[in-house]
Design a protein around this ligand. Structure first.
Ligand SMILES: [Zn+2]
Ligand SMILES: [Zn+2]
Length: 134
């Protein structure tokens, strides 16, 4: 008989296959079942949505994901979403589209600023200036 301590609650139990006592195993199973059913009905949900709707913690769901118990599609292995539009991404903070968009906006701003601080450009066409007396 192989008696071990449960890695979750520390209780001694008879080891079969997993390092969890029957109680914790049942609890894990219950969580997994909730996530599984939710994802079956709502395929493609983000981690945040799944956490919110199943009440199963992010950490537990990532664990299931890592152990391959739940399907993880594109970007979900890391479970990152573009912080701008929410598209699942594999790495970073923005999806490729947003990154490009932001980059071009930064470029625009840079050009504008460069234009504004160009020497000799402080005489705006829309403003009036006194003419030097002839
Ligand atoms: Zn336990
Ligand atoms: Zn995006």
């Amino acid at each position: 008989m192989d008696v071990r301590n449960c890695i979750s609650c520390g209780k001694p139990f008879i080891f079969v296959r997993v390092n969890l006592c029957p109680d914790c195993q049942a609890a894990e199973e219950e969580k997994y079942e909730r996530v599984r059913v939710y994802l079956r009905d709502n395929p493609g949900s983000s981690l945040d949505e799944t956490v919110k709707n199943t009440g199963v913690s992010r950490e537990d769901e990532l664990k299931m994901c890592r152990t391959g118990r739940i399907e993880c599609g594109i970007g979900s292995s890391s479970y990152l979403n573009c912080i701008r539009c929410g598209t699942p991404i594999a790495t970073g903070s923005y999806c490729a589209e947003c990154a490009l968009d932001i980059l071009s906006k930064i470029q625009d701003v840079k050009e504008k600023v460069a234009e504004e601080i160009k020497p000799g450009n402080n005489r705006d066409r829309n403003r009036m200036y006194t003419r030097p007396k002839l």
